[in-house]
Design a binder for this molecule. Structure first.
Ligand code: SF4
Length: 333
C-alpha cells in the first residue's frame, strides 16, 4: 500500500465527494493502492437524515440529522429567489445559553467535526437533487444553526476551507457567513485565519443590561469590547459586518432602542438584519406588531445604515431563526 496520496488521487477524491457529492467509495481514476489507502485512512460516513420537515408556507426544509454516536443536530434549507441558503449547525446544543434561542435551552453536548459540518451540506444537496430535481442550488452558507461556530473554531475553519476550495464545493468567501454571539477568542482567530468569510454579530441590544439578559457571555465579553475588536479588523473591498437584531415586544423595540442602535453603528461598514422574535415552546418573549417593527426600521434609516426586516421562513416547522432544538425534535418523533 502507498504511504501517502499523490496529487491526482487527492483531486479525484475531492471531485467525487464534494463536486459529485457521492457517498460511495470513489472509483474515478483511482489506482488499487490509492483505494487501499482511502480504506485504511479515511472515513466517508456522513450524518444520517433522521427526519425531514417541509414548511407548508414556503420552500423551507428542516433536517434532523443523526450522528454516528446517536446525537442529533438540525440543519435548514432556506429558499430565496429559486435558490437556497443553508443554515448549518456547528455543535450539538450550545454553551452560550442565549435567552431568545431554543438551542440555548438544550445545553452543550459536544462540538461537531468538520466532516459532520460538511456532511450536512452534502446530505441536504442530495435530498434536493432527489426530491426537488433541478433545484439543488445551495449558493449561500450561514453558520447560524445550532452552536456558536467560533467556539468550535478548528472544525468550522476546516469545513470553510473545503467549502471554499476550487476542488471542494467552490463557494465564494462572500457567500459564507459565520455568526457569533461575540466570543472574542474566536473572533481573534477568525480575523487571522479566515478573514474573507463574512461575519454576523448577534447584537440584539445596545443596552448593556438588556444584552446581558439576552446573551449571557456579554458579561464576559461586553459589546463595547466586541465592537472595538471588530472595528480594527481590516475588511476586504465590499465586505461588511452584519448585525443581527432580534426585535422583542416591549423589551428592545422602542424608538430609543433604535436611536441607540443607530448611534452605535453609524459610520461602520454595517448591515442590520431586523428579525422579529420567533416564539418557541416555553419562550417568555413575544414578537412586536408590524407597526412597531416598521417604526424601528424608519429610525435606523435616518442613520443611513442598510437595514432589512427578515421575514420568518419555516416557522411552522420550528425552522426559523432561534427555533432550532434537536432534543425537542427528537422527542417529538
Ligand atoms: S443564539 Fe447561537 S450562540 Fe446563542 S444559544 Fe442560540 S445557537 Fe447558541
Amino acid at each position: 500500500m502507498q504511504n501517502n496520496l499523490n496529487k491526482s488521487a487527492a483531486s479525484a477524491l475531492f471531485n467525487w465527494h464534494y463536486k459529485k457529492k457521492e457517498l460511495t467509495q470513489c472509483v474515478d481514476n483511482i489506482s488499487k493502492s490509492a483505494l487501499a489507502f482511502f480504506e485504511a485512512h479515511f472515513d466517508f460516513s456522513v450524518p444520517y437524515i433522521d427526519t425531514v420537515h417541509e414548511s407548508s408556507h414556503d420552500q423551507t426544509v428542516k433536517f434532523l440529522f443523526k450522528l454516528a454516536d446517536d446525537h442529533k443536530v438540525e440543519t435548514v434549507l432556506i429558499p430565496f429567489h429559486n435558490k437556497y441558503s443553508i443554515c448549518l449547525s456547528s455543535q450539538v446544543g450550545c454553551a452560550m445559553n442565549c435567552a431568545f434561542c431554543f438551542t440555548g435551552t438544550q445545553g452543550f453536548t459536544r462540538n461537531l467535526s468538520s466532516s459532520e459540518i460538511v456532511g450536512q451540506f452534502i446530505q441536504a444537496w442530495r435530498w434536493l437533487a432527489e426530491h426537488r430535481p433541478g433545484d439543488e442550488r445551495i449558493l449561500n452558507i450561514v453558520f447560524m444553526g445550532q452552536g456558536e461556530p467560533l467556539h468550535n473554531f478548528d472544525a468550522v475553519k476546516k469545513a470553510c476551507e473545503i467549502f471554499l476550495s476550487q476542488h471542494g464545493t467552490s463557494i465564494g468567501t462572500q457567500k459564507i457567513t459565520i455568526s457569533t454571539a461575540g466570543y472574542i477568542p474566536g473572533l481573534e482567530r477568525w480575523s487571522q485565519d479566515i478573514p474573507g468569510v463574512n461575519l454576523a454579530l448577534s447584537l440584539h441590544s445596545p443596552v448593556e443590561k438588556k444584552r446581558n439578559e439576552l446573551i449571557p457571555i456579554n458579561k464576559k465579553y461586553p459589546l463595547d469590547a466586541v465592537l472595538a475588536f471588530i472595528d480594527q479588523i481590516p475588511l476586504q473591498k465590499k465586505q461588511f459586518v452584519t448585525y443581527e437584531y432580534i426585535l422583542i415586544k416591549d423589551f428592545n423595540d422602542s424608538i430609543d432602542d433604535a436611536k441607540q442602535l443607530g448611534a452605535l453603528l453609524v459610520g461602520k461598514s454595517a448591515y442590520i438584519n431586523l428579525i422579529p422574535f420567533n416564539a418557541f415552546p416555553g419562550s417568555v418573549y413575544q414578537q412586536p406588531d408590524l407597526a412597531t417593527i416598521d417604526q424601528f426600521k424608519t429610525v435606523l434609516d435616518t442613520f443611513k445604515i442598510p437595514t432589512l426586516i427578515r421575514t420568518a421562513k419555516g416557522d411552522d416547522v420550528l425552522a426559523a431563526c432561534g427555533q432550532l432544538n434537536s432534543k425537542v425534535s427528537q422527542a417529538r418523533l
